[in-house]
Design a binder for this molecule. Sequence first.
Ligand SMILES: Cc1cc2nc3c(=O)[nH]c(=O)nc-3n(C[C@H](O)[C@H](O)[C@H](O)COP(=O)(O)OP(=O)(O)OC[C@H]3O[C@@H](n4cnc5c(N)ncnc54)[C@H](O)[C@@H]3O)c2cc1C
Length: 297
Amino acid sequence: MYDVLIVGGGPAGLSAAMLLGRCMRKVALFDSGEYRNSYSHAMNGFITRDGTPPQEFLRLGREDLEKYEVEFKHKRIVKLAKEGELFRACDEEDQVYLSRKVLLATGLKDRWPQLPGAEPFYGTSIHHCPYCDGFESRNKPLAAYGKNRDAIGLSLSLKTWSSDVMLFTDGTHRLTREDRELLGRNKVQINTAAIERLEGEEGHLQRIVLRNGHVEHRQALFFSTGSDQHSDLARQLQCDFTSKGVVRTYKHQQTNVPGLYVAGDAARDMQLVIVAAAEGTKAAVAINMELQKEFRL
Ligand SMILES: Cc1cc2nc3c(=O)[nH]c(=O)nc-3n(C[C@H](O)[C@H](O)[C@H](O)COP(=O)(O)OP(=O)(O)OC[C@H]3O[C@@H](n4cnc5c(N)ncnc54)[C@H](O)[C@@H]3O)c2cc1C
């Protein structure tokens, strides 16, 4: 029997595990090793760790855990249920683990744009988050890509980092007159032509070739194509979700299911490493306080 099972060993799960380890709780941390930013070469915007390769950051996180009694298990949890006051988790080999509390830190999966030729540019000059990679692309001709309405907001946001922004809707024509006026006032160029392929060299995007024969010279592309929950464990436990597809959390990362917490990208709030780590810590403190109360005489 564990005090806490943590599912997900990214920044949120690791940071929760450290705090719970420091509280001498019996913790098992499960990780299937599919980190959201594994495509990326540098993790930016984390004070003291700005520019660290994501894999190195995670390695340092696991190293920090070595002095605590946290069991790190390279396993995927496939089933999660609540039986009375306890949680019952099951891995892919049908091994069962029981715990008093569960923290889900399972993250999100991005829907990468399926553009011919894009693969070599992912993480180098194709990104999804301007806060993570906008600075490195500053003052360059930028492309905002997306077929949904979020792409409008993305293109306007990119104006913070470059005056030269072009919105590509890739053959879709959903922009209203108001959208066009808004983009026009903010000097965002609009390109609705379907994209044939992307071209460039050594990971650096240079050209967007359109099916109508035109070529646009762009040095970085930011996309808004949505994301999905990495695991369905929160759904198995009937958690509430927001309209954005993330778990609705309350004070200190609690969910509507007593004893179940969700931290990091899987929960609502900003999707940044430092926020995920902070949420993991908040959840860990709240979990420890709940356990303290339950064991108090
Ligand atoms: C390309 C890219 C670049 C980014 N760059 C930056 C950046 O520069 N700076 C920044 O602050 N943020 C950046 N981000 C965002 C950042 O990656 C996320 O905010 C952060 O990883 C969220 O941490 P997390 O712990 O919630 O989830 P994740 O890091 O996604 O970790 C979740 C973990 O849970 C595991 N898991 C999922 N389901 C299960 C299961 N059923 N059983 C066991 N394990 C499971 C996964 O394998 C994964 O290891 C970037 C994102 C992307 C996609």
